[in-house]
Design a protein around this ligand. Structure first.
Ligand code: C2E
Ligand code: CA
Ligand code: CA
Ligand code: CA
Length: 246
């Protein structure tokens, strides 16, 4: 694994998150890519489950965080000091690795304030080991690192868990967002999630927005932040800075 990381098999790309109220850039989600000489570009949906099972996610996760924070430092040098980069964390990194201490020491190393990053954990991951996850969330929260529940609505976590954890926001899964303009059930689900989040004081991100109509509906429903190909596809660090830095 170390070799493949050194040989640049892995790289990070960044997808913008835009405020639906102001249209301003609020941050980027970091997404990992694998360029295999044999198989070409392989998406994380394909390889993350394997590296999680083999335990190699701990080493890959360390590499990802280091890369993201050093990239964030570049973004900040280009004037993007009021944005936050979101890190996807694997539940394995919470259960078998000390993800909180690692992230905090990287922030210190790169002299980056905690508000400049966010962490995302999928709803499905919540049910595995709620106590350990609650502790990690509490630690992040206390230090000012915002915690987001990813792919909200697709897991089987009970709504009661939202009360149990220190969380700041919900990311509405693309499977609901893509049908919002055409399918009544999807529209109802999105509007119910947004309304519930507002009552609980949580922010919302809608992911996978591909069409203007979807964006407009989400804005009317009071969703806070938009993400999707309509705004931009995930891009390299250089392209992200070119496109989004003032
Ligand atoms: P995710 O966290 O739900 O990430 C969003 C996925 O949706 C990304 O796929 C992104 O490229 C894609 N996407 C964004 N906008 C659109 C759109 O408008 N239309 C469509 N069709 N797709 C869109 P990606 O990069 O293939 O990542 C897949 C999953 O792999 C992620 O889902 C996340 O769960 C996992 N992943 C990605 N990067 C990392 C990482 O660094 N660490 C960990 N642990 N998991 C990661
Ligand atoms: Ca995510
Ligand atoms: Ca997601
Ligand atoms: Ca997803």
């Amino acid at each position: 694994m170390s070799d493949s990381m050194q040989n640049n098999y892995f790289k990070m790309v960044y997808q913008p998150l835009v405020s639906l109220g102001s249209g301003k850039l609020v941050g980027f989600e970091s997404l990992v890519r694998c360029q295999s000489p044999r198989f070409g570009i392989v998406g994380p949906d394909e390889f993350i489950p394997h590296v999680e099972q083999s335990g190699m996610i701990l080493e890959l996760g360390d590499w990802i965080f280091e890369q993201c924070l050093s990239d964030l430092k570049h973004m900040r040098q280009f004037g993007m000091t009021d944005i936050a980069v979101s890190l996807n964390i694997s539940p394995v990194q919470i259960l078998d690795g000390d993800v909180f201490s690692k992230v905090m020491s990287l922030l210190e190393k790169h002299q980056i304030p905690p508000q400049a990053i966010k962490v995302e954990l999928t709803e499905t991951a919540l049910i595995h080991s709620p106590d350990k996850i609650a502790k990690a969330f509490e630690n992040f929260h206390k230090e000012g690192v915002k915690v987001w529940i990813d792919d909200f609505g697709t897991g089987y976590a009970s709504l009661g868990l939202l009360r149990q954890f220190d969380i700041d926001g919900l990311k509405i899964d693309r499977s609901f967002v893509s049908g919002i303009a055409t399918n009544n059930e999807d529209f109802t689900l999105c509007s119910a999630i947004i309304a519930m989040a507002q009552r609980l004081g949580l922010q919302t991100v809608a992911e996978g927005i591909e069409e203007n109509e979807q964006l407009q509906i989400l804005e009317q429903l009071g969703c806070d932040i938009a993400q999707g190909y309509l705004l931009d596809k995930p891009q390299t660090l250089t392209k992200s800075i070119d496109t989004w830095a003032l």
